[in-house]
Design a protein around this ligand. Structure first.
Ligand code: CTP
Ligand code: MG
Length: 244
């Protein structure tokens, strides 16, 4: 089985809107619904669990009912946690309570604020996680990497080759992830938002799937403009691809 965790436990502080950014509408449709539709379209995904901030569970249920028709049968909603990683752990606990997990089962965690994830990225994540146990989406860096000191002076320019920038989805074998998470020193996880650390800190490798610029994470109001332009540019074509 492949379970998708749609991460919606954040409150979007940097966006500063009066609702968490995943619920902001672009062309009258909430961002989280675009993302959910991308995941539901993927034939490798069996079930979706939306991991939601507890104040928005009821609201999310209503949105799903309104936008997803018969697909609601494949969708569950659970409460998220204080950090992205804790939200993922809540999602895994929820899956474990409702299902018998086998050693082959996979979860794919995707940010609800990355509404334009491609089917290729989803397919390759799932295929890689099945083969290797762990996969994450990463893109090539285009900017120069500078190490800067506390006086705002550059101390070193770092070589760009071999440096990547992380996106989601991140996809893992469920039992392996639970095992590695249980033995890891939790202090080491304090500053991480990246699930790959659970494998890396246990000396296990994580394969990368090459990401895309289009798989943008909506963080600030400028990103909303880009997302709207992207939808305008792609016209009804992209809307019919994503929305029933
Ligand atoms: N996320 C989550 N649970 C948390 C924190 C974040 O599920 N406790 C999710 C967000 O909902 C988002 C994704 O992780 O889909 C990426 O996080 P980010 O862009 O940082 O979203 P927010 O934490 O909501 O935004 P901010 O950091 O600006 O407050
Ligand atoms: Mg955050």
């Amino acid at each position: 089985m492949v379970y998708a965790l749609l991460l919606a436990g954040g409150k979007g502080e940097r966006m500063g809107a009066n609702i968490p950014k995943q619920f902001i509408c672009i062309k009258n449709i909430p961002i989280i619904i675009y993302t959910l539709k991308c995941i539901l379209r993927n034939s490798n995904v069996d079930k979706v669990v939306i991991c939601c901030h507890k104040e928005y569970i009821k609201f999310t249920k209503e949105l799903v009912k309104q936008h997803c028709g018969d697909e609601v049968e494949r969708i569950d909603i659970c409460e998220g946690g204080k950090t992205r990683l804790e939200t993922v752990i809540c999602g895994i606990e929820f899956i474990k309570q409702k299902n018998k997990i086998s050693d082959k089962d996979i979860f794919l965690a995707h940010d609800s604020v990355r509404p334009f994830v491609s089917q290729r990225i989803l397919d390759e994540n799932i295929a890689m996680a099945k083969l290797y146990g762990a996969a994450t989406t990463s893109t090539y860096l285009v900017e120069t990497i500078q190490q800067v000191n506390d006086k705002n002076e550059i101390v070193k320019l770092l070589p760009r080759e071999g440096m990547f920038s992380g996106q989601s989805p991140q996809t893992f074998n469920i039992n392996k992830f639970i095992e590695y998470y249980s033995i890891i020193d939790k202090e080491k996880l304090k500053n991480t938002t990246d699930l790959a650390d659970i494998f890396i800190l246990n000396n296990n490798s994580v394969k990368i799937v090459i990401g895309e610029k289009e798989n943008l994470k909506i963080t600030t109001s400028f990103d909303l403009l880009i997302a709207k332009d992207f939808l305008d540019y792609n016209g009804t074509d992209i809307l019919t691809k994503f929305i029933k």
